[in-house]
Design a protein around this ligand. Sequence first.
Ligand SMILES: [Zn+2]
Length: 171
Amino acid sequence: MSQFRFCPVCAAPLEPRVLKTGEPMRLVCTGPTCGFVFYLDPKLAVGTIVRMPDGGIVLARRAIEPGFGQWVFPGGYVDRGEEVRLAALREAREEAGIEIAIDGLVGIYSYPGTAAVIIVYSAAWAGGVLTMDDESSEIRTFAPDALPWDEMAFPSTRDALRDYLAGRRAH
Ligand SMILES: [Zn+2]
């Protein structure tokens, strides 16, 4: 069921049990008095589709797994207690070296069997020079009609860019 074997509270073994009919099995502590239930929650991520002044969209080529060698827009996991929009600004700064101005919500993406839920914003460049970090091997802009559709890192990358372009055409 998962890679977690021991209770984080009392260190007794965890055991998958049905707690409520119709719900997934939960990892429950087998300690005599603990009762801890290890809920495996979704993992929240945020990404941003950033337009540069020339109209190009910022993508970075990943130098790490998953998605090694493929393209993704700036983004990453939201820290617990962190405001999602501020996480988007932080990731753009860390992964692309730029300041951005968020101007819309593109969508929220989730997939069966996958822990990540990805919130994707659209934004305009607001300062700084495109600079990659050590998780990328290349960063550049792509014209909206020349995106590397066959080399997208994640389903959410492809789906969000498709929704973004469809929204732009609709206005
Ligand atoms: Zn326990």
